[in-house]
Design a binder for this molecule. Sequence first.
Ligand code: ATP
Length: 236
Amino acid sequence: MTALLSLRDLSVSYGHVDAVSGVTVEVGKGEIVTVIGANGAGKSTLLNAAMGLLPASGEIHFEGRDIGPIEAEDRVGLGLCLVAEKRELFASMSVEDNLVLGAFRVARAEAARALQEVFDRFPRLLERRKQMAGTLSGGERQMLAMGRALMSRPRLLMLDEPSLGLAPKIVADIFAIIADLRAAGTAILLVEQNARAALAAADRAYVMELGRISLEGKAAELAKDSRIVESYLGLG
Ligand code: ATP
């Protein structure tokens, strides 16, 4: 079976710093895959390289096609989308206008359908659709960033630390949405420092340390692995 996304032997450096070294990661259709690891392990760099926002060596295939030479903007058109850790939004534009901008690649009728679907999925965004994005809470901003990504109708959504800085109740909401998205057929590549929540949500997982994959396997099995429990799950 062809993977939806296949990163093979990917390496990225910032000058003399090797942030990602020879990483191989695959995401199958309809899978939730997580990459967990400590701060600075190279997780964000990996997603940015997969999106085409950073130059990388190695191979990147999406639906069997070599997308290495394709610009980030055009990767969105192919069905790949990244919600960056910074959740960059247009603070002085409304929630609705931020969402509409996410559909710049999508035909008008389909964009209207996508907008309706995003509002169905995130009722809070519908309530606040005329509000300036800059006035939203952290959780709402994360929802808006995810909603905007969904406007491009991705087949694979890459999420960089979607739970970062959010209250536990909101984190639970975000993970429920991730599960719903997968149920609706969207594959997810999830980067998280919140290893417990990520392993509970994912089918498969990779552990990244100092730019390399140190362990990989079924998420449920890794969640019980003593090395993971000691290093990433703590007590309890
Ligand atoms: P975090 O969760 O903190 O984002 P991470 O696992 O995503 O951590 P990266 O942000 O990918 O890790 O960083 C990997 C390594 O690359 C780190 O050593 C980091 O200091 C370095 N790095 C990241 N961005 C840059 C940059 N723009 N210039 C130079 N070095 C960078």
